[in-house]
Write a protein that binds this ligand. Structure first.
Ligand code: UD1
Ligand code: UDP
Length: 358
């Protein structure tokens, strides 16, 4: 049995790490293919170091580009690797261009595909991620849904029930495997001069939010309003896409929002766990907030993680500054006693069991 694990972006490195670990533990042969969709040190290499992952056997170095160019470049390059390696299964995770291209290359070579984190739906087809996840789901052979909600989404789309497996989300595995290491090793709070619950933590990078100048301005205004209301700084580790756009749109970030470079996983876990509140448009951050019992305000119009809202750990507010502030006030006052619906930390082991018996 030989499994190809495909990854290319920051969240995929985090969420595939437990599968790499599981393969190592059980001596399952695996080949790690990095598409190179993310390549800056703080979006890529630092995660391999923090998570102590082996170097990928292949780095396709595709880099950035338009959707067509990036997806096409990955498709062509992965096809060649799969052709040479002839694995028994290809694993993709999530909803990036790396996932779509990896799944497409595999399906055309008749290699079984396992889609990790299958069945998430925002029901907003303007989001590139929604297109990628729908297409990847419909060409996959093993669909690893994190929750019953995501399994139902797939069932309603007519995907054969025998292909669907509710396993939990590997984001829980990664967090549980690394929180103690983060507690021991990270000095992020000290280095940034922060005290527990003495700051708000923000992240922003989704295309629909940060490629539109008016929307990005509204989001920045919303963060500033929250900082003023709670008399706490907003720490904003800035994604390179957002940094580029703020500069192109000449948007200046006021002092209430402290911009820093993106940080590694171990430092980010500390920043999340100790924040008074998270304000984000990230998928992974919504999940980690829910696992860590830190209230989350989601700066989007829809979420493909409705379970986090249902249990009371998350609220959807869009990009309007007033709604952001109202949502932050509501979440600030909420209890933190929800039960996390995203899994028990054994998703990767279950996924590997299913692949091995496929
Ligand atoms: C991608 C995913 C998104 C995911 C995000 C995780 C798609 C369609 N989008 O968005 O779903 O939430 O990753 O972070 O796959 N850049 C760098 N260094 C890097 C990577 C990117 O400077 O290492 C800059 C480049 O200017 C690039 C821009 O960021 O053009 C956007 O990168 P890209 O990979 O196209 O999309 P993300 O916004 O990162
Ligand atoms: N993350 C990180 N450092 C940061 C911001 C995020 O380590 O400065 C981690 C975070 O813990 C989560 C993942 O990156 O595991 C989320 O990635 P991102 O928000 O880029 O993508 P999304 O989840 O929205 O696809």
């Amino acid at each position: 049995m030989k499994v190809c694990i495909v990854l290319g972006t920051r969240p995929e490195i985090v969420k595939m790490a437990p599968l790499v670990r599981a393969c190592q533990r059980r001596s399952v042969e695996f080949i790690l293919i990095h598409t190179g969709q993310h390549y800056s040190y703080e979006m890529d290499r630092i995660f391999f170091q923090d998570l102590e992952l082996p170097d990928p056997q292949y780095n396709l170095n595709v880099g950035s580009g338009t959707h067509g160019k990036q997806t096409g470049a990955i498709l062509m390059a992965i096809e060649k690797v799969l052709f040479d390696e002839r694995p028994d299964a290809v694993l993709v995770q999530g909803d990036t261009n790396t996932v779509l291209a990896g799944a497409l290359a595999a399906v055309k070579l008749n290699i079984p595909i396992g889609h990790v984190e299958a069945g998430l739906r925002s029901y907003d087809r303007h989001m590139p991620e929604e297109i990628n996840r729908v297409l990847a789901d419909h060409i996959s052979d093993m669909l690893f849904a994190p929750t019953e909600v995501s399994r139902q989404n797939l069932f309603k789309e007519g995907i054969e029930p025998t292909k669907l497996h509710v396993v939990g989300n590997t984001v829980v595995d990664a967090l549980l495997q690394n929180m103690e290491i983060s507690n021991r090793r990270s000095k992020a709070l000290n280095e940034l001069g922060l005290r527990p619950r003495g700051y708000l933590l923000g992240t922003l990078h989704r295309q629909e939010n940060v490629d539109d100048p008016a929307r990005l301005r509204g989001l920045v205004d919303g963060l500033v309003s929250c900082a003023k209301e709670f008399q706490l700084p907003v720490i904003l580790p800035l994604h390179p896409r957002t940094r580029k756009n703020l500069s192109n749109f000449a948007i200046v970030i006021p002092d209430e929002v402290r911009v820093i470079d993106p940080v590694g996983y171990l430092d980010f876990l500390q920043l999340e766990a100790n924040a008074a509140l998270l304000l984000t448009d990230s998928g992974g951050v919504q999940e980690e907030a829910c696992i860590l019992h830190v209230p989350c305000v989601t700066l989007r119009d829809s979420t493909e993680r409705p379970e986090t809202v249902m249990v009371g750990g998350n609220i959807l507010v869009g990009a309007d500054p007033k709604r952001i502030l109202d949502g932050a006030r509501e979440m600030f006052g909420r209890g933190r006693d929800w039960t996390c619906p995203l899994g028990d930390g054994n998703a990767a082991e279950r996924i590997l069991d299913i692949i091995l018996s496929h």
